[in-house]
Ligand binder design. Structure first.
Ligand SMILES: NC(=O)c1ccc[n+]([C@@H]2O[C@H](COP(=O)([O-])OP(=O)(O)OC[C@H]3O[C@@H](n4cnc5c(N)ncnc54)[C@H](O)[C@@H]3O)[C@@H](O)[C@H]2O)c1
Length: 332
């Protein structure tokens, strides 16, 4: 084992109180890393497994400087982000917050001598003109340019990808860039406006009786691919250990409609579901899928957990959370 692997490596995970960051910390500590986490908040649903957890704001350069001291590798996941409703109605605050978080973090990592930084980008960097049809051609990494990304959030992600490249080329900070495609799973936000489609649909289906009705954003025909959280954290770690420096998709390449998602979740729930479509709600691009050709070539690996399996585990967790909350408090 080298000093950059396992037991002796000191890793910083930013966004450690968030969905992917929390799971990643569990994965890294299990593999012997010494992990420091930083976030505005502690994880919502279970305690962190980080060796050290700093509650701090990375928009403040002093916080970024403090948390990157004595660190070998930075897994940079912190971001102001949410589901489609949130990212389409908060452009100004998202770009301000994410620009400060990103520039402070990469600069402090470089100044404090970290050897490597992985940046979590997004499928939202891909051009809107390539995502107009539901039956979309899977997106290859090189399709990101010429650019026409998702307003606000996607544009800022694309810009930060370039900042990673410049810090690597000019300043020698070894960077990795991963583009996630719709990550889902247990311990993710499922209400409050920042939740994504799989969690929102699990919550809605958990809340109805057999044969009940749920509201669906859009006409149900928009398409996406979905990546289960366990595949996500394994892919992150494999990319960090690889020599691949250019942006890399990390997603599933199984394209499904929102209606398909509902059918799979209702199957897991054992409920029949009536759908009421609301096409006035934001839907994002019409179709989006991940081309995994480069992922397979770069990592010799690809995600393998099926949507049926992942959604069943996610539904079970969300339904369990709601049931605990609704159970009458014990008397005495
Ligand atoms: N989940 C997905 O499907 C998905 C898809 C594409 C990209 N991503 C990217 O992956 C990363 C992690 O996503 P996630 O799903 O875990 O999101 P998340 O919202 O659960 O986690 C992000 C965390 O960053 C923290 N944060 C926000 N502002 C901060 C600040 N100023 N200082 C410190 N911490 C701050 C938040 O409190 C939150 O806990 C993000 O960069 C996101 O843009 C996620």
């Amino acid at each position: 084992m080298t000093s950059s692997e396992g037991a002796f490596a000191r890793a910083l995970v930013t966004g450690a109180g968030g969905f992917i960051g929390h799971h990643l910390i569990s994965y890294l500590t299990y593999r012997g890393y010494r992990v420091r986490g930083v976030d505005l908040k502690e994880p919502e649903f279970e305690p962190t497994r980080a060796d050290e957890f700093v509650v701090g704001d990375l928009r403040d350069a002093k916080v970024a400087d403090e948390v990157t001291r004595d660190i070998d590798e930075v897994y940079h996941l912190a971001a102001d982000m949410g589901g489609i409703g949130y990212i389409t109605s908060n452009h100004a605050s998202i770009v301000r917050n994410d620009t400060l978080i990103n520039v402070n973090t990469i600069h402090a990592a470089h100044e404090n001598g970290a050897s490597r930084l992985l940046y979590s980008s997004s499928a939202c960097v891909y051009p809107q003109y390539k995502q107009l049809e539901a039956d979309v051609t899977p997106l290859r990494e090189e399709d990101a340019w010429p650019a026409d990304p998702e307003e606000g959030y996607g544009l800022e992600k694309l810009y930060m990808e370039k900042i990673c490249q410049y810090y690597r080329e000019d300043l020698g900070l070894d960077t990795r860039v991963v583009r996630f495609h719709n990550v889902y799973g247990p311990l993710g936000t499922y209400e409050g406006g920042k939740e994504k489609a799989p969690a929102a649909l699990c919550r809605k289906i958990a809340g109805i009786e057999d044969g009940g009705e749920i509201e669906v954003w859009g006409d149900g025909k928009q398409t996406r691919s979905f990546l289960y959280i366990e595949d996500c954290v394994e892919g992150i770690h494999r990319l960090m250990r690889s020599d691949h420096v250019d942006p890399l998709n990390l997603g599933s390449d199984r394209l499904v409609t929102v209606d398909d998602l509902i059918e799979i979740i209702s199957g897991a729930a054992g409920k029949r579901v009536e759908k009421r479509y609301d096409t006035s709600k934001p839907q994002g691009v019409r179709g989006r899928n991940s081309d995994n050709t480069r992922l397979r070539a770069a990592l010799g690996w690809e995600p393998s957990i099926s949507l049926e399996d992942g959604l069943a585990r996610t539904y079970e967790w969300i339904a369990g959370e709601l049931a605990v909350r609704e159970a009458p408090a014990a008397v005495g």
